[in-house]
Design a protein around this ligand. Sequence first.
Ligand code: ADP
Ligand code: MG
Length: 627
Amino acid sequence: MSRLPVMTSKRVLASSSSENSQDLAPAQKRMRKDQDVLKPHAAATVIGDRRPPAAAARAPLSKPIRGTGAATVALGPSRGVLKQAAASTAPKGTNVKQPPATKTGGTGAPRRQAWDLKGKVSDMECKIRNYQTKVRSVNEENEVLKDSMAQSRTKVTELEREVVRQKSQISEYETELQALSGVREELDKVSSERGFLKKELTNLEGKYKVMETLRDSLDTELQTLKMKMSVQESTMARLQATLRDTEEEVRSLKDTVAQQRDELHAGEMERRRLHNTIQELKGNIRVFCRVRPLVDGGLSKHIQLTPSDDKAIVLAKTEESHTGKTTDTQKNYNFSFDRVFGPQASQQEIFEEISLLVQSALDGYNVCCFAYGQTGSGKTYTMEGDEFDDTRGVIPRAVQQIFRASDKLGSQGWEFTFTASFVEIYNETLRDLLYTGKASKRPEHEIRKTAANDVTITNLTYEKVYTEDQVLGLIALAKQNRSTAQTAQNDRSSRSHSVFQLHIEGVNAGRDLRCKSTLCLVDLAGSERMVKSQSQGERFKEMTAINSSLSNLGIVIASLANKESHVPYRNSKLTYLLQGCLGGNSKTLMFVNISPEPDSFGETLNSLRFASKVNDCVIGTATSNRK
Ligand code: ADP
Ligand code: MG
C-alpha cells in the first residue's frame, strides 16, 4: 500500500449529476474570486483509465478548474500501468508527495509484476479508497461551495437590487442635480441682486441717517411749534370770543348802517326836493350879468354898480346940453337881474351860482346855460376860461363837479353814464367839433327828434366819458377844431354858436330809480348888430343868421314863459337843438356879458334889454325827469 501514489493535493471535480455540473459551470465562473481563498491549488490529475464508480455513474467531469494551476487528466494505460509521463505533468513547485518509488526500472514508479494481480488489485483498491476519500472531501468542499454560492447568489440578488436602487437613486440625484443647476443659476442671479441690494441698502442707510438727523431737528422744531401752537390756540380762543363779540357788533352796526342808508336816501331825496324848490323859487330861467374889466382894469363911468345891491346895474348916458346954458342931462337905464357880477368877480364866484344848477342836472333836471353878448364881452372867457385853475371857466368846473358829485352818489347806489357832444352852429349849419376824421370827409348833420321827444343829431360824435380828464381832452379837441376853421379876416368863433352837451343817465338799481338829463353849456355868437350898409356878402349872411337865431332864442323863451301852445323851436337850428333843454322841464341860466368900454354903450344897452326880456319870463315849474 505505501507504494501506491497518493495524490492528496490533486483533486478531481466531479458532479453528482450532469444537471448539477451544467448549473455549476456559470457558478464556477462567478465563484472564481471566492476560490482564490483556497489557493494555492494543485493540478488535478486523474490517473487511470477508469473512473471511480461513483463518479462514473454521474456525469463526466465537464471542465477542469483553470487559472489556478494546470489540471491534466492523464488517462492511464488501459492495463492499469501508471505512465511516467503522467506523473511528470505535475507542475513544478507543487506540493506533491511522491510515493516511494519501486526500484524496478529507473523510473521511480512501482511496478508490479504481470502476474501480481493481487498486488495490482490491492493497489487499485487503495487507489479507489484514496479517490473515495478525495471524492468525499471534494463533495464536502462542493457542499461548502454550494452554500457559499447560494450565499453569493443571495448576495448578488441583493447587490442587483441594491444596484437597481442605486441606479434609481442616481437618476433621482441626476434629476435633483438638474434642478439644482437651475437653482444655482437662480442663486447666482439672487446673489448678484443681493449685491445690488446691499449697495442700495448702504445707500439707504446713509440716507436714513440723514433723515434721522433731519427728523431730530424736525422733532425739535415740532416741539417748538407745538408750544407756539398751544399759545396761538389760547390766543385764538380769546380772539374767537372777541370775534363773536365783534360780529355781533358788526351785525348791529350793519343794521344801523342800513337804517342810516335809508335815512340818508330819504335825506338825499329831501335835499333834492328842497334844492329844486329853491331853484324854482329863484326862477327856472335866471339871468346873470357879468361886466368884463377894462383892458387896463377898472370900470368906465357909464356903467354903475351898487356895492350893496348885487342885482342892479345902471347904464348912464350923459347928453350934453345943446344950448350950453343948461347943465348936461344924464339918462339912466336901470336893469336888475338875478345877479350882477362886477369886473372883480372871479371865475370861482361865477361858478358857485351855477354849481347849484349843475347839481340839479344830476338830480334829473335839464340845465341850459348860455353866454350872450357882443364879441369881446367875455362869453368864451366865462364859459371856457383859461387853462389855469383860477381862470378855468364854467364848462371845466361843471364837468369836475358832475364827476365828483356822481362819485358821492355812487355810495348811495347810483350809477351814472355820461355822453358828451360838442357842436358848432355856423350860418345855420351844424359842425361836429369832436370830429377827428379827414376834413374832406366831414359828414353833414341833421337834427332829428326821437320817440322820447329828445333830440339827436345825425353823424355826430357822441363820446362816452368816464373821467374829468377825458372831457377836458374833448374840450381841447373842440377848441382846436374851431381854430382851424377860422381865418384872420373872419373870427369864426365869434360868428358861431358852440354847444357843449353832456347827457347824463343815472340808475339806482337797489331802489329802482332812474334819472335822465342833459347839461347844455352854450357860447353864443356875438350879438352885435352891424350897420346894414356895411355888411355885404358872407358877412351879411352871417349877420342875418346870427340875428335871427338870437332873436328866435328870445322868442322861444318868451313863448315858453307865456305858455303859448306853439313854441317856434324849429325857426332856428339853435332852438331846435336845445328844444329838450329849454322849456317847462328845464332850468335855464343866461349870462349877459358886458364890455365896459364907452364905445360899446349901444351894444351893451341892446344886450341888457334882451337879457331883461328873458329875465322877465317865468317859465312853468320844472319837473325832474325822475321815474
Ligand atoms: P367873447 O368870447 O365874448 O368874444 P372873450 O371871452 O374872448 O370874449 O374875451 C375877450 C378878452 O377879454 C379876452 O382876452 C379875455 O381874456 C378877456 N376877458 C373877458 N372877460 C374877462 C374877465 N372877466 N376878466 C379878465 N379878462 C377878461
Ligand atoms: Mg368868444
